[in-house]
Design a protein around this ligand. Sequence first.
Ligand SMILES: Cc1ncc(COP(=O)(O)O)c(C=O)c1O
Length: 509
Amino acid sequence: MNDNDKELLAKSLAALQIPKTHVTVGLSNLIASNKDVRSLLIHRRLPDSGWSDHEIQWFLYTVATLDTNLKTPISSKIMTTSSNSSSVRWCGVGEREGRVYSNLVAQRHFGLSHGVGRSGDITEPQPKAVGSSVLAKLTLLMVMDGVRRGSGLHAQTAAAHGILLPLCTGMSMALVLSSLRESGATSCSNTKERDVVLWSRIDQKSCFKAVTAAGLTCVVVPTARNGDCVVTDMDAMCAAIKQYKGRVLAVITTTSCFAPRVPDSVDEVAKLCQEFDVCHVVNNAYGLQCAVTCKRINRACVVGRVDAVVCSTDKNFLVPVGGAIVMSPSDTVIHNIGTMYAGRASASPMVDLFITLLSMGLSGYKKLLEQRQVMLTTFPVRLNQVAEKYGERMLACPSNSISFGITVDGLARPRRRDEDENDYLQAVEKDISRFGAMLFSRCVSGTRIVPRCVTNTIGGQEFLGFGSSCDDYPHAYMTAACAIGVGPDEIDEFLVRLDKTFKEFKKKQ
Ligand SMILES: Cc1ncc(COP(=O)(O)O)c(C=O)c1O
């Protein structure tokens, strides 16, 4: 708004007999709001302070007016008998013209219905939808800024380039792998002939399935045990790379995981990948909240090879499920992922992230990270206190600062060991699983109860000791996470309910 606009507006308001002092105050609000928008468009980074809901909505509707076909929802048109053809500015005669039947749906999307990208590249601007394209670009720039200035991934390496995908972590991983194979990575040769992905075992199904979804073969690299921790087995990894030499497209490591699994030695694996000329993809599903993990990824990019880092938007930025941010030191890797995406993409996950980031601002995001850090100073100690009260103990996994485990071996009823080993193990599993069900019925969600010696088959592959990421973990255990967004009240209440559930369980036992 220039001085002439301001003067004109002030005069128009004064003509409505609004006192001059009131007009001045009102205009100053409008000017401040305009300044925020201008600053966002000029600096293209996460604002230091969050915006109000009102400002965000106003900006969203303004951006939506840049799109063509901003139509009256079809349901409203059916209600009216006469049509006024002179009110039609755009005549959409394609098969997909951003038509939306329901008013509720139109509102839910702030009038943005074209999606983002073009069928050949998810990052390409959509001619019919300048607003949606602007929003997609701004969201990416803001999230990259948040990841750099908030989480601490380096702008020169791990977070040099990025792309937003309207897909969960697993499907994003599948897309990344497909694109690495199809387009070749920066220095990998003959990638199209490579059909094997080495996966440092982590008992979570998404990434294992992602490899299959990409049409590749997953070779599970066993982990090793170090005290209570389940860690990367570097010897096994090195042996697997050598065994499948010439066939290995990529190694997948994981940096955010359930205890007692601890983040993979991404730096050591990165060196190995560099040495053997294979791609390295990091599953950092919810690791952006952990400064130590981000440092480890930065280091991996410097000492070795990292092609892509895949992070969930919901688990890191508190938006509904269904988005991922993929980052890479290489522009080419990111570009190839964009062109591998088949079709136009839903803008929904980006709109959610856009709103959330503007609402948080950098200070809001940092506050969430700090709050988690504060909770970390007491959560493990208090969890251990409850465990010890019932003869259990905390699993010592200091390099996992998100997920914490306590043993629950004592929850199995004492039994005669002369019964059949399988029957015995099944009975113990049932006892221990009942504890999880009791917690859930007391409205505690998110804990994982992992009995010993459970076998699970995924995609034809058998996993012994499923849940603990190794064949023979010596304890049954329960995990709970101190993750971004959890509040002190929730933690307090969880510990009270855990205590009560232990007490009740033991009494029944
Ligand atoms: C290590 C790991 N990877 C991937 C996922 C799944 O993410 P998504 O459902 O977004 O694929 C999870 C979920 O908790 C996880 O722990």
